[in-house]
Design a protein around this ligand. Structure first.
Ligand code: C2E
Ligand code: CA
Ligand code: CA
Length: 824
């Protein structure tokens, strides 16, 4: 709005100037343009400020100059003169910001335009007629009124509450006050027309009046200053709480100096930045640990205590411009800068006395800051900052370094000639443990691990927790791989004794990969090398240590080789399915089968999903492989239907999390079922809890579509993941598959038996079918059957077999007592 007003004002001025070029000058010689500008500038210079309450009014001799310009000057030169004066004053002298500059310029020329139009309407062509004089008076009153309205409006827009009633009286007062200099101006013009000597005579009372007024104003200012300082010290000492006191003081300074804002920036020895406090018209912020981004960096640089010179420069610059002022706060161990922002009132500017006031307040502040109080507050802030830094750098559970600090430390040590080493520690099967004993107990174990790790490292080594079940160590001094191996074995040995938590005595092993930070292997970063070593150690059977050796990179490249070879594997039909039979535990009938994918690799042999699935899915083959498995399993189902004529047989197909993200999954499955002539009721889609959680949004849509098709969904590996029963309610799930881990402990552990019993009865109460997987002993089978579990699969009955074998099995029908010939 202010921009629009300012630009509009400038346009009005330009229009008035164009109009005025067509209006005749009054009788007599016109004043030259430079005289008009000169008079206006001199008038501005004799300005005296009168402060009445929250309003600030300046008395100037401007109207005297206006009288001269209107009565003796050329009309268009008057508008031009005002424009030039405004440019010089606001642009060059005060150097106002663009918005304020435009607004003030617009206001000044509009004022001139309005004054000029009124004057021209009233005057009758003669410079000393009464109509011309009345014209000047009216013009000045209108100009003053316009200015007051505009300024009050601007203040209102910027958020200061100004009541309209107040505004009325301000405008009327302003118009009346403008009459005084306007009358004086008219008199002077009249006198000057009689004889220039009369001007000198008139100047004497004027000068006397001006001098006594200045004296009065000086006295007033002295009073105001004393009152200001008194209030400031009252504010500062009126509260025991330093933050409160500083805020009060800043508010006092702001209102006393009529500034838009006041900012205090503090520094303390050793810390770049301790606190800032801002107080502005709209609210206040308390002394807070400074957010570095919130502080103007130039201000930061200028006020930095290591070099006092920039501060002085800033203060000097502010003085010259009068736009804002700054004063240094120099305490014993606190340094700061008090910045008083731009003035609220438009044409107001700071003077020497304001700067002096600011410095005096800064001095008071410094004394207060040196008190016990302040050090306490700042110390508190320092502690807070330190806590924040600590938090970012440490794991809250174990107190070990965080991944962030680990990375930083590693980067610091990773310099040519470094003797440091990096050790990565991965807990074996910790997720399973987590599921078995619960998060709280598992957390205890992690804390114990942290303690043990601390015991086996030296003081300068850094122990970090870089993931849920991953630790890392940066060893400070290791001179050889042999020494590194010894250190790693010490770590591994620390995990040897059981971890005892209430109710459990647990063995948790770890696998370790490590490398020294020497520059023998420029191709790989230390972290990558340690990772490759860790991968190698896991591949060769966990619970062991591997120190990086160049050949391991080649092993690590197995992963990328598999990804490279996947494409050809599809084309040449290297993927295949085995089927693991599912039996009815009660009737011992073969009721279905689970399709399990295999990769018959030409050089690497038969690969199981654990060897390749994650690797090639990560590389983007999830949908391609998933689609192939689905179409192959459904086609096989159709062949078996044809062979046996029995369509009650169900085919279980595993889907990965990534496949759930395919919005056309249900459409695909529908098409496959149709083209093979298989009913959806014969298909079971197996999904783990994890993959459902990963895809909560897309999952429910896909599930509904599958449900509507008639296909059923099985919750796979139940009991290992989050084991939240919520999903049983949330999604249309028909089957729960009890995880192998549960089944294996069911004959031994009372607790697990109870749990499985509970799961089975819960599932039944929800109308779900239960399938137990991984049944290896007859004990397990008997127990499960007793608990009410309907179906099961496992090595006891059959390993995953070829389709032909499965078909033979189907013809044989009754449950076999002995395992089928293993195929894998
Ligand atoms: P799963 O869904 O839990 O499949 C059962 C796994 O347990 C199979 O391993 C199976 O061979 C094995 N198993 C069956 N009975 C017993 C037993 O009595 N004792 C023991 N120790 N193990 C038994 P496999 O075939 O290696 O599959 C591993 C996992 O790979 C599967 O776990 C499944 O999550 C995933 N998977 C297999 N095929 C596919 C597929 O086509 N698509 C997707 N997305 N995932 C698949
Ligand atoms: Ca499965
Ligand atoms: Ca499973």
């Amino acid at each position: 709005v202010l921009w629009a007003l300012g630009l509009g004002g400038v346009a009005v001025g330009a229009l008035a100037w164009w109009w005025a070029t067509g209006v005749d000058t009054l009788v007599g010689r016109s004043l030259p343009l430079w005289v008009v500008v000169g008079l206006l500038l001199v008038a501005e210079a004799t300005r005296v400020d009168v402060v009445a309450g929250r309003h600030n009014r300046s008395l100037t001799a401007t109207e005297v100059a206006v009288a001269f310009a209107l009565l003796l000057g050329d009309p268009d030169q008057y508008v031009l003169g005002v424009a030039i004066t405004a440019l010089v004053l606001y642009g060059v002298y005060y150097r106002l910001r663009p918005l304020k500059f435009t607004f003030n310029l617009g206001l000044a020329v509009t004022q001139a335009a309005v004054s000029l139009v009124i004057f021209e309407l009233v005057q009758d062509g003669s410079p000393d007629s009464w109509r011309a004089n009345v014209g000047v008076l009216l013009a000045c009153m209108a100009g003053a009124a316009l200015s007051d309205v505009a300024v009050t409006f601007a203040i209102r827009i910027s958020g200061e509450p100004v009541r309209l009633r107040d505004m009325g009286s301000v405008v009327v007062m302003g118009a009346l006050v403008a009459l005084v200099p306007a009358t004086v101006g008219i008199q002077i013009v009249a006198l000057s027309r009689r004889s220039p000597w009369w001007l000198a005579v008139a100047a004497v009372p004027l000068a006397l009046g001006y001098v006594s007024y200045r004296a009065f104003m000086y006295q007033r200012r002295e009073n105001r200053r004393n009152e200001f300082l008194y209030r400031a010290s009252l504010a500062l000492h009126g509260s025991d709480d330093l933050e409160q006191a500083v805020n009060n003081l800043l508010e006092q300074v702001r209102s006393g100096l009529r500034a838009e804002s006041v900012r205090l920036v503090l520094w303390q020895e050793g810390l770049t930045l301790t606190a800032t406090a801002d107080v502005d018209e709209h609210g206040r912020r308390t002394l807070a640990p400074a957010d570095k981004s919130a502080v103007d960096t130039s201000e930061l640089m200028l006020a930095h205590p290591t070099d006092g010179a920039p501060v002085a420069r800033l203060v000097q610059r502010s003085l010259a411009g009068g736009v804002s002022i700054a004063a240094t706060v120099q305490g014993k161990d606190v340094t700061g800068l008090l910045v008083v922002g731009e003035r609220l009132a438009n044409r107001d500017h700071y003077g020497d006395d304001d700067l002096e006031l600011a410095s005096l307040v800064a001095g008071q502040l410094a004394v207060a800051l040196d008190n016990e109080n302040v050090s306490k507050t700042l110390r508190r802030l320092q502690e807070l900052e330190a806590r924040l830094v600590y938090q970012a750098n440490h794991d809250t559970l174990t107190g070990l370094a965080s991944r962030r600090l680990f990375n930083e430390t590693l980067a610091d040590r990773d310099v040519p000639g470094s003797n440091a080493a990096v050790v990565l520690i991965d807990l074996d099967d910790f997720k399973r443990l987590n599921d078995t004993i619960g998060h709280v107990q598992a957390d205890h174990v992690l804390v114990m691990m942290a303690e043990r790790l601390h015991r086996v490292v030296r003081r300068n080594d850094l122990v970090a927790r870089i993931g849920g079940d991953e630790f890392a160590i940066v060893l400070d001094e290791v001179s050889s791989d042999a020494e590194l191996l010894v250190a790693c074995e010490r770590v591994r040995a620390a995990f040897g004794p059981t971890f005892d938590v209430p109710g459990f005595s647990l063995y948790v092993h770890c696998t370790i990969g490590a490398t020294r930070l020497n520059d023998d292997f420029p191709d790989y970063t230390a972290l990558h090398r340690a990772d490759v070593a860790l991968y190698q150690a896991k591949a060769s059977g966990k619970n062991r240590v591997a120190i990086y050796e160049p050949w391991m990179s080649t092993a690590g490249e197995l992963r990328s080789a598999l990804v490279r070879e996947a494409d050809a594997a599809f084309d040449t039909g290297q993927f295949g399915l085995l089927y693991q039979p599912v039996y009815d535990l009660e009737t011992r009938e073969l009721v279905g089968a689970e399709a399990l994918v295999r990769w018959l690799h030409p050089t690497r042999g038969l690969l199981t999903p654990g060897d390749f699935l994650e690797i090639i899915e990560e590389a983007g083959f999830a949908d391609r492989l998933g689609t192939w498995v689905l179409s192959e399993a459904i086609a096989e189902l159709a062949r078996m239907n044809d062979a046996t004529g029995d369509v009650s047989f169900v085919m279980h197909v595993n889907l990965s999390a990534r496949q759930l993200r395919n919005p056309r999954l249900a459409t695909l499955i529908d098409a496959l079922l149709r083209s093979n002539g298989v009913r959806a009721e014969q298909l079971v889609i197996e999904l783990t809890e994890g993959s459902m959680i990963e895809n909560l949004d897309s999952a429910s849509g896909v599930f509904t579509e599958l449900y509507e098709l008639g296909a059923r969904i099985a919750l796979d590996d139940f009991g290992t993941g989050y084991s939240s029963l919520t999903y049983l309610h949330m999604f249309p799930i028909s089957i729960v598959k009890i995880d192998r881990g549960f089944v294996s402990s069911i004959a031994r552990s009372n607790r697990d038996r109870l749990l499985v019993g509970a799961i089975v009865s819960l599932a039944h109460s929800l109308g779900l079918e239960v399938v137990a997987e991984g049944i290896e002993t007859d004990d397990q089978r008997a127990t499960l059957q007793r608990l009410g579990c309907g179906r099961g699969q496992g090595y006891l009955f059959s390993r995953p077999v070829q389709a032909a074998e499965l078909l033979r099995e189907r013809h044989a029908r009754p449950l076999r007592a002995l395992p089928a010939q293993p195929i894998r």
